[in-house]
Design a protein around this ligand. Structure first.
Ligand code: UDP
Length: 241
């Protein structure tokens, strides 16, 4: 058995991660790629919880800005995350990875409701657990859902998958002098207003001492290498003593 740095991780995928090069929706090849990356870690016996966003299908804030009631828009966003969760479940099971989807809003015909103890039991049985419907509450994001579930399942780390290879002091797409951090503290992320996760999510990780690793999802073997303890992306944690 390979010795891994982490035994239980929470992987946060944005909805956009599933759309590949498309402008919206779900790209089958991209979801397959993600499933294969997850499988490599699953094969090492690591417990994997996944929270998927919904931005590729629906984002509550922008729709409410267009005049829709915020709460209704947010519920639509949460439903979008369930669609993505089912797509990922399907892709994982197609390559032989056992999974369960648990939703924060009950829809028993589609998935199990979120029950923490049951999620823990699934980990014992080596199933990947995908948490859908965010936190179940409007006015939150799936980043916050990810940190909440990570806290509940005692995950050792939140792996925040993005399109860039870490956290920079400026937008690396717009500014070629942008500098990448290998490590940064939660407080620096908040104080510098770095767009990593929303402040609720960052504070929750800070309070519960859960490190966050921001990394490039499209870097092959990145998730595997992180779990094996290699330095990939940017680590957000407390200041070392
Ligand atoms: N959402 C919500 N409560 C939650 C999680 C999500 O209301 O606990 C809604 C919110 O409208 C959000 C949308 O679902 O805009 C999709 O989630 P998010 O924008 O976090 O997805 P991502 O950016 O990761 O694709």
């Amino acid at each position: 058995m390979v010795d891994t740095k982490y035994k239980r991780i929470l992987l946060k995928l944005s909805g956009e991660a599933l759309m590949g090069k498309q402008q919206f929706g779900i790209d089958g090849e991209t979801v397959k790629y993600i499933a294969e990356e997850i499988k490599k870690v699953h094969e090492l016996g690591v417990n994997i919880g996944v929270v998927v966003g919904g931005g590729n299908i629906f984002r509550g804030v922008s729709e409410s800005a267009k005049g829709m009631d915020r709460v209704s828009a947010d519920y639509m966003g949460m439903l979008a995350t369930v669609i993505n969760s089912l797509a990922l479940q399907n892709a994982l099971e197609n390559i032989g990875v056992p999974t369960r989807v648990q939703t924060a809003i009950e829809m028993r015909e589609i998935a199990e409701p979120f029950i923490r103890r049951r999620a823990m039991r699934h980990f014992e049985k080596n199933r990947v657990v995908i948490f859908g419907a965010g936190t179940g509450n409007p006015y939150f994001t799936t980043d916050t859902a990810a940190t909440l579930r990570a806290s509940e399942i005692n995950a050792e780390v939140v792996l925040k998958a993005t399109k860039v290879d870490g956290i920079y002091d400026a937008d690396p797409v717009k500014d070629k002098d942008a500098k990448k951090f290998d490590e940064i503290t939660y407080l620096d992320v908040l104080n510098k207003g770095l767009k990593v996760m929303d402040s609720t999510a960052i504070s929750m990780c800070m309070d519960n001492k859960i490190p966050i690793i921001v990394f490039d999802l499209y870097g092959k073997d990145n998730i595997l290498n992180i779990v094996l303890g290699k330095q990939i992306g940017t680590l957000v944690e407390e200041e070392h003593a």
